[in-house]
Design a protein around this ligand. Structure first.
Ligand code: AMP
Length: 258
C-alpha cells in the first residue's frame, strides 16, 4: 500500500489505471474502526484499485471539535493496508485548501436541516471536500456508510445536481454496531465508561422505529433532535450529546433493515 500526501502524486499513481480499471474511493477522516473496514473490504471486492482518503476536513468542523477529533495515522495505515487499500491519500489541510481558496458547494435545503441546523456550514464542507475528492480520484464507485444518512443524502443530491451521476456510483453500506448496539464511531473513544452506558439509550430509542417512543426513551438526555427524515431510504435519525461528545445514529424505517 502506498501513502501519498499530494494531489499530484495521487494523480500520477492513478494515471496508468485510467483506461479500463475500476477505481473505488472511500472518503474517511481516519481513526478507523470496523465500520470503515467494512467499506474498504467491499471496495476491495468490487473494484480493481482502492483509494482511501484520510483527511480530517477542517471545513466541516468548528475549531474545538477539530482539535478533539481522534487521530492515529500510523495505525490507520496498517488497518487500511490489511483491508486491501492500494493507496491512502492523506493530504495536509493546505493541499486541499491552499492560500486563496474560495470555492464552495452548498446543498441548500438538505444541507441546512437536522445536522445542518446544529452544525452550520458542516455540509458545505462535506459537499466541497467530496466533490474535490471525486474530481481528483475520478472513481467509478464511492463508498459511504448509512451511519451518516444525511451525508449520503447531501452527497447524492450534489452528484445528481452537478451531473456527476453518469460516471460515479454511490455505494452505501449498513451501519456497523458494537455488540451492545452502539453504532461504531471514531468519537466513541472519547466517551468515559459511564458516558458510554448512557449513550446506549440512543440505539435503544431508535430501535423502536417510533419517534414518539424514541423521544420518551431519550428524555433526561441532552437531545438535539429525533426526527423521521425523508431520505432514501426513510430513516429515524437522532443526535444527542453525552458529556462533551456528540453522537448521531439512525435506523432505516422501510425496506431492508440496516
Ligand atoms: P468518517 O471517518 O467518520 O468520516 O467515516 C468515513 C465513512 O465511514 C463515512 O461514509 C461514514 O458514514 C462511514 N462510517 C462511519 N461509521 C460507520 C459505521 N458504524 N458503520 C458503517 N459505516 C460507517
Amino acid at each position: 500500500m502506498k501513502l501519498v500526501r499530494t494531489i499530484h502524486e495521487l494523480r500520477q499513481a492513478l494515471e496508468p489505471l485510467r483506461h479500463g480499471s475500476e477505481i473505488g474511493l472511500v472518503p474517511t477522516m481516519g481513526a478507523f474502526h470496523e465500520g470503515h473496514l467494512a467499506l474498504f473490504r467491499t471496495a476491495r471486492d468490487e473494484c480493481d484499485f482502492v483509494v482511501v482518503s484520510l483527511f480530517v476536513n477542517p471545513a466541516q468542523f468548528d475549531a474545538a471539535d477539530l482539535d478533539r477529533y481522534p487521530r492515529d495515522e500510523e495505525r490507520d495505515g496498517r488497518l487500511a493496508a490489511d483491508a486491501g487499500a492500494d493507496v491512502v491519500f492523506a493530504p495536509p489541510p493546505g493541499e486541499m485548501y491552499p492560500p486563496g481558496y474560495q470555492t464552495w458547494v452548498e446543498v441548500e435545503q438538505l444541507g441546512s436541516i437536522l445536522e445542518g441546523q446544529f452544525r452550520p456550514g458542516h455540509f458545505r464542507g462535506v459537499a466541497t471536500v467530496c466533490l474535490k475528492l471525486f474530481n481528483i480520484v475520478r472513481p467509478s464507485r464511492a463508498y459511504f456508510g448509512q451511519k451518516d444518512a444525511q451525508q449520503v443524502a447531501v452527497v447524492r443530491r450534489m452528484v445528481c445536481d452537478l451531473d456527476l451521476d453518469l460516471n460515479l456510483e454511490l455505494r452505501v453500506l449498513p451501519t456497523v454496531r458494537d455488540r451492545d448496539g452502539l453504532a461504531l464511531s471514531s468519537r466513541n473513544v472519547l466517551l468515559l465508561p459511564e458516558e458510554r452506558e448512557r449513550a446506549l439509550a440512543l440505539p435503544r430509542a431508535l430501535a423502536t422505529k417510533d419517534p414518539e417512543r424514541a423521544r420518551e426513551l431519550l428524555s433526561g438526555l441532552d437531545v438535539e433532535y429525533v426526527e423521521v427524515a425523508e431520505f432514501e431510504p426513510r430513516v429515524l435519525v437522532a443526535a444527542i450529546r453525552v458529556g462533551s461528545t456528540r453522537l448521531i445514529d439512525n435506523v432505516v424505517l422501510d425496506g431492508e433493515a440496516k
